[in-house]
Design a protein around this ligand. Structure first.
Ligand SMILES: CC(C)(COP(=O)(O)OP(=O)(O)OC[C@H]1O[C@@H](n2cnc3c(N)ncnc32)[C@H](O)[C@@H]1OP(=O)(O)O)[C@@H](O)C(=O)NCCC(=O)NCCS
Length: 158
């Protein structure tokens, strides 16, 4: 069973026990680095979330309510999903897909004013792009050029 829960310090060991290969690591930031930045900036608008599979934290993402989302949408009530990763040992088992489906419920429950999730995915990250579309994200054709090349800008109404 796959569930989502706000990140807790107990999850740190599981979430820092995995590494991504060279290809995948171009597309996302690892939990450790992301948590460090969140702590350092301390803006209070970034919420790390752990993805659990049978009581083990096997993945991670951040819901960012800061201004970066406004590069993707004009909707002030949106959140930017970033730094998604799944422990490679657990990839390909449908966990990422379920996490992105139950995300809507998680956001609605914890941030009732939020009505849209937006994200950016690299043109070369075909597996993640396909996953997002299967989970209800829409591609209206918006793109941007970013650090690692072009990205599709996707959104999901919740
Ligand atoms: C992208 C990622 C989160 C997917 O997680 P996952 O748990 O392995 O994905 P799932 O097993 O739920 O797969 C769901 C869908 O993703 C796609 N997919 C996942 N892995 C794939 C692969 N290696 N090749 C092709 N498609 C793939 C498929 O469309 C799959 O749909 P299907 O089950 O109907 O075939 C994971 O591969 C990952 O952590 N990648 C590195 C970081 C990254 O790219 N993050 C996204 C940044 S925008």
């Amino acid at each position: 069973m796959t569930t989502l829960s706000f990140y807790k310090s107990e999850d740190f060991e599981d979430l820092t026990s995995y590494a991504l290969d060279e290809l995948q690591s171009q597309f996302t930031a690892m939990p450790k680095a992301t948590l460090e930045i969140i702590k350092e900036k301390n803006t209070g608008d970034k919420f790390p979330v752990s993805i659990f599979h049978q009581n083990k934290a096997v993945g991670f993402f951040v819901l960012d309510f800061g201004v970066d989302k406004l590069d993707l949408t004009e909707n002030e009530n949106s959140t930017l999903l970033r730094s998604l990763s799944i422990n490679p040992e657990y990839q390909g088992k449908g966990i990422g897909k379920i996490a992105m489906i139950i995300l809507s419920e998680f956001v609605k429950e914890n941030f009732p004013e939020c009505d849209e999730v937006v994200l950016a995915v690299n043109f070369n990250n075909k597996s993640a792009y396909d996953l997002y579309l299967k989970c209800g994200f829409k591609d209206d054709g918006k793109t941007r050029e970013f650090r690692n090349g072009y990205q599709h800008l996707l959104s999901k109404r919740i």
